[in-house]
Write a protein that binds this ligand. Structure first.
Ligand code: PDD
Length: 280
């Protein structure tokens, strides 16, 4: 694979960053994951806007212009011949040359790294035909989940809890209501109504979420933005999750209880098709 680091395209085994990089020492960095469908970036504009929002929230410099950012993403797709997959982009506060809790001054430039990952069958994922099974776990993350930081230790632990339980993912719960999945936004469906938590500092403002809610409204579904409980998930007709790498993924079981028929339902399946058709 050819990867990108600070302006250079290099074979992955030749790309390096400093041991003093604040991303490495302090998780002082932000990221974006953009999917690639038929060799094209999906909703890159949305990802660029959210990247700026994350950078600003952390008082971090932008690493390059937006034109350079998109050109770099396209070059990585070309160099690696990606048809279906994703691009991971990470920007950290760079290498101050020492460890310190104080942010370095502006002369320390951000570190920018990006690489591709092939995801064969991204649009035609076998998992979408059976759906995800999830467990509920406590949400013990920090209070600024709207910033897409590389601080992913708890989401990784929650994914491992799911793995140990023999299921696909964990939905995190705080104050009795679902926040989101380990790396996706969470929804339930009751009749013609799609229910998902409103945007706040408590969840990531998913780029896929924005698009899916727009397509859902255009297709005459009702959209209600409010938190829901695990009991409501169990009583729902259907449930699903959204993220760049899974698009719309039906969720068919929570804590061992089947949701609806226990199979991907018509609404989640329709939303998945709508999303993929619109983004193609
Ligand atoms: N995760 N919530 C969380 C906690 C996430 O990490 C993600 C994305 C989402 C969905 O956001 P989007 O629709 O913009 O992808 C929601 C990415 C895919 C990841 O970490 O791999």
């Amino acid at each position: 694979r050819t990867v990108y680091v600070n302006g250079s395209y290099l074979p992955e085994d030749q790309a390096t960053v400093s041991v003093f990089d604040r991303g490495f020492l302090m998780a002082d960095g932000v990221y974006e994951v953009t999917s690639v469908l038929d060799g094209k970036l999906v909703d890159f504009d949305g990802h660029t806007k959210r990247l700026h929002r994350s950078l600003e929230a952390l008082d971090m410099q932008a690493p390059c212009s937006d034109d350079d950012l998109i050109a770099m993403h396209r070059e990585l797709i070309r160099l690696n011949g990606i048809d279906q997959g994703m691009i991971y982009l990470q920007v950290t506060r760079g290498n101050p040359g020492d460890r310190s809790f104080v942010f370095p001054d502006e002369s320390v430039k951000p570190t920018i790294v990006a690489f591709t990952q092939d995801i064969p069958n991204l649009a035609d994922a076998p998992a979408a035909k059976t759906g995800f099974r999830v467990i509920s776990v406590p949400d013990i993350r920090w209070g600024r989940r709207d910033i897409k930081t590389v601080q992913l230790l708890y989401p990784s632990m929650a994914k491992m809890m799911a793995k140990k339980a023999g299921v696909d993912d964990s939905w995190m719960v705080e104050d009795g209501v679902v926040t989101e999945g380990t790396s996706n936004n969470a929804y339930i469906i009751k009749g013609n109504r799609i229910i998902t938590r409103q945007l706040s500092n408590d969840i990531l403002h998913g780029i896929t979420r924005t698009a899916v809610l727009r397509f859902a409204a255009e297709a005459q579904f009702e959209v209600e933005e409010r938190p829901f409980t695990v009991d409501e998930v169990k009583q729902a007709d259907e449930a699903f999750a959204t993220a760049a790498t899974i698009f719309v993924m039906p969720v068919v079981e929570i804590d061992g209880a089947a949701i609806g028929t226990g199979k991907p339902g018509p609404v989640a399946t329709r939303l998945r098709e709508l999303y993929i058709d619109e983004m193609r």
